[in-house]
Design a protein around this ligand. Structure first.
Ligand code: FEO
Length: 387
């Protein structure tokens, strides 16, 4: 699919609706797009390639977009194979192409493709410009969003920011769905650890007159840019986006699940407007991680297991730790039929997280919820409502 973005900028990317797991870990029910762009001027710039999976369709788009012209420069914003996977094909088609990247790009590129050693290269650094006629590319380094070599490019004559993985979203381009939901799941699971670098980039971007954002995944953003930039500011500063409680549970035979839903009912009765309950054993972990970051409070409820905590709960908490989950309040519920151990394990992980308050009002269930547990349940509900 070729789409006109402006008179001289074309989208030549590809939708992938057959991939089973993006990055071998994320379900993408509506696929994913690998975005690639052409800037047509006295010189022609290709902004990134696509995953090798999609190379044939992309090559058709590329050649159609070029007409009888050739690629003069290939800007490599990001080396991850979902974008750099077709670089060698560009070199085969256009042996005189100049690869544009930064020092880190060219340090890593031969690790993927030794063949590039002989190809012409232009090494750029923060603030460097490349004039290709009436268009000027301004290079801005964006390390760790989400690899170290990442850079974004601002085309200043038309105000177009080529934002690499930033402002990306799961879902093919022809998917009609809310942007924020799948962009948030993408952000926290893929870029979430790197809030600091995103904040740095947002500060640089604030000085630019951006009219269009062209990310490497998901739709091209042309309107209401302050909405998207505002969400990125919230997400990358680890501020909760909404007031609400996520109850994430790990239940073996259903008794801990009953406790989770009982807590949800009690919270709602106590006036909490937004309560989300998630089954860690069955639901998409990436979605639950997204919700953990979205809301300001969380309750984790888990069965004890093998002298520790049920594995999917441990996996969830370690995922949160790796994504730099912070600045939230968490309540803990454990279940155990003989020696309950889940709370201790959960608290051990939670206590390593920055600015996470673990409520003292925890609950221990012995096998199944009983009337005798209600005072502790009520105390936990009261404590989390008052946070
Ligand atoms: Fe879309 Fe970090 O690759």
């Amino acid at each position: 699919m070729i789409k006109k973005i402006t008179d001289s900028i074309k989208y030549i990317g590809v939708d992938d609706k057959t991939i089973d797991l993006f990055e071998s870990q994320y379900i993408v029910p509506n696929g994913i797009s690998y975005n690639s762009y052409l800037i047509i001027d006295e010189k022609i710039v290709l902004m990134d390639t696509v995953d090798k999976r999609a190379m044939a369709e992309w090559e058709t788009n590329l050649l159609e977009g070029l007409g009888d012209r050739k690629v003069d420069y290939l800007v490599i914003s990001h080396l991850e194979p979902d974008h750099a996977g077709s670089i060698l094909r560009v070199i085969e088609l256009f042996p005189d192409v100049t690869l544009v990247g930064n020092a880190k790009t060219f340090a890593m590129l031969p690790q993927f493709f030794e063949e590039v050693l002989e190809v012409e290269k232009l090494t750029v650094a923060e603030g460097d410009k490349l004039e290709i006629g009436s268009h000027t590319l301004n290079f801005i380094m964006a390390p760790m969003i989400h690899w170290p070599e990442v850079m974004v490019t601002f085309e200043s004559s038309e105000g177009v920011l080529f934002s690499a993985d930033g402002f990306g979203k799961f879902g093919a381009l022809d998917t009609d769905e809310d942007w924020a939901c799948e962009a948030r799941r993408y952000y926290f699971n893929i870029v979430g650890k790197y809030g600091g670098p995103v904040q740095t980039l947002l500060k640089k971007a604030a000085a630019l007159d951006i009219k269009i954002i062209c990310p490497l995944h998901g739709p091209i953003l042309t309107e209401n840019l302050s909405y998207y930039i505002g969400l990125y500011d919230t997400w990358s500063s680890y501020k909760p986006e909404k007031k609400g409680v996520l109850i994430a549970f790990a239940s073996i035979h259903g008794n801990t699940k009953k406790v989770a839903y009982k807590l949800a009912d009690m919270l709602k009765e106590a006036g909490e407007e937004k309560v989300v309950v998630s089954d860690l054993a069955r639901e998409d972990m990436a979605e639950v991680i997204e919700d953990a970051f979205k809301y300001d409070r969380m309750i984790v409820a888990s069965s004890s297991y093998d002298g520790g905590v049920f594995p999917c709960m441990q996996d969830f908490l370690l995922h949160l730790k790796s994504k730099a989950y912070q600045n939230r309040t968490v309540g803990v519920v454990e279940n155990g039929s003989w020696g309950p151990t889940a709370a201790k394990c959960m608290k051990e992980i939670l206590s390593t997280l920055k600015d996470v308050t673990i409520l003292e009002e925890s609950v221990t269930i012995r096998s199944s919820l009983k009337e005798s547990n209600m005072p502790d349940m009520e105390a936990l509900v009261k404590a989390i409502i008052n946070k």
